[in-house]
Design a protein around this ligand. Structure first.
Ligand code: AVJ
Length: 317
């Protein structure tokens, strides 16, 4: 199945359920990529600044924790590379130390990979970079074909978009592919109060709203649907006890939407929700529960000065 027919099938399945949903992985078309870049610039979206501070201030310590054998070439694999601005600090230090490595950014968005490759090649002419387009689960096998030792970067709280069971399966599958002593640098947003988390997913400039609604616009463009973008609202939700920020699209009225590529209409009640994103927040306990029996353990944890965000180093046992 090509990527687009998978998307169409997922839209059909998701909108045919009693509780409607469309996966957040479909946010990232060209416009979605740009809107996410803008979200990261929003004052309310603390995640990026916090993790940026960790990379800026603690890259040296992070590299020590990697325990790199300097005589051996390794692969630095970044899952969900995005714009690579945080990783830049790490790359700079690794290159300074004349360590031998290949940087492999992996992303669902070819557009993001093109942007990051061009930028990094310009900044670091000596960087050996080899981008790979694909979804996390699907590229794992291809990634683990080479024999060189691996360091995996999975930062930006990208794991948060996966439901706990899926996050469990993903980390276990990743762990199964790692060899003894290999590392995973896992960047996770930490559980904190609603008055900090909720505005991050509801910025006052309305960028997150546009990001969420762009999903419907994408379906209009790609599948000839007639979603009236004015008739849906961005609806963010977060409760600290649960620790999961959720984004929904809310139908403002009772309405029917036709999707040409499916030759099918979908009915929406007034106030009906489509789940479009979960962004799980973590703590040590939740992470340890997910890692149970995975043969990966927390080796070290790097925090920003507000203790909002954590970059964990996990080691394969
Ligand atoms: C890219 C998954 C980390 O969940 O915080 C930002 C995406 N969604 N605002 C997140 C996002 C709405 C983001 N991640």
């Amino acid at each position: 199945m090509t990527k687009n027919t998978t998307f169409l099938k997922d839209v059909n399945d998701g909108l045919s359920q009693k509780v409607k949903h469309i996966s957040s992985k479909y946010f990232y078309d060209k416009k979605g990529d740009q809107l996410f870049q803008q979200i990261m610039e929003m004052p309310e979206y603390y995640l990026t600044n916090c993790e940026m501070e960790i990379f800026k201030e603690q890259s040296e310590a992070i590299i020590s924790a990697f325990n790199i054998n300097e005589n051996q070439e390794f692969e630095l694999i970044e899952l969900g590379a995005g714009d690579g601005k945080k990783t830049q600090y790490l790359l700079e230090k690794l290159l300074e130390k004349h360590l031998k490595f290949k940087y492999i950014p992996v992303d669902i968005s070819q557009n993001s990979l093109d942007v990051i490759s061009t930028r990094l090649k310009k900044i670091f002419p000596n960087l050996h970079i080899e981008a790979m387009q694909g979804e996390y689960f699907q590229v794992l096998e291809a990634l683990f074909q080479s024999k060189n030792p691996k360091i995996i970067l999975f930062i930006g709280s990208n794991l948060g978009n996966l439901n706990d069971e899926v996050a469990h399966d993903f980390l276990h599958k990743l762990s199964d592919n790692l060899k003894w002593g290999e590392k995973l640098l896992l960047g996770l947003d930490l559980i904190k109060s609603k008055n900090i988390v909720l505005p991050a997913y509801n910025d006052s400039a309305g960028i997150t709203k546009a990001f969420n609604i762009n999903l419907l616009e994408r379906i209009n463009h790609e599948f000839g649907a007639d979603f009236n973008l004015e008739k849906f609202d961005h609806f963010p939700y977060y409760e600290e006890e649960e620790g999961i920020a959720k984004s929904f699209l809310k139908s403002k009225i009772k309405q029917s939407v036709f999707i040409k590529a499916l030759n099918k209409s979908f009915e929406f009640a007034e106030g009906e929700l489509i789940t479009t994103e979960v962004s799980r927040k973590y703590n040590d306990k939740i992470l340890n529960k997910i890692l149970e029996n995975s043969n990966m353990e927390i080796q070290e944890k790097f925090l920003d000065s507000e203790n909002y965000f954590a970059d964990y180093i996990l080691t394969k046992k």
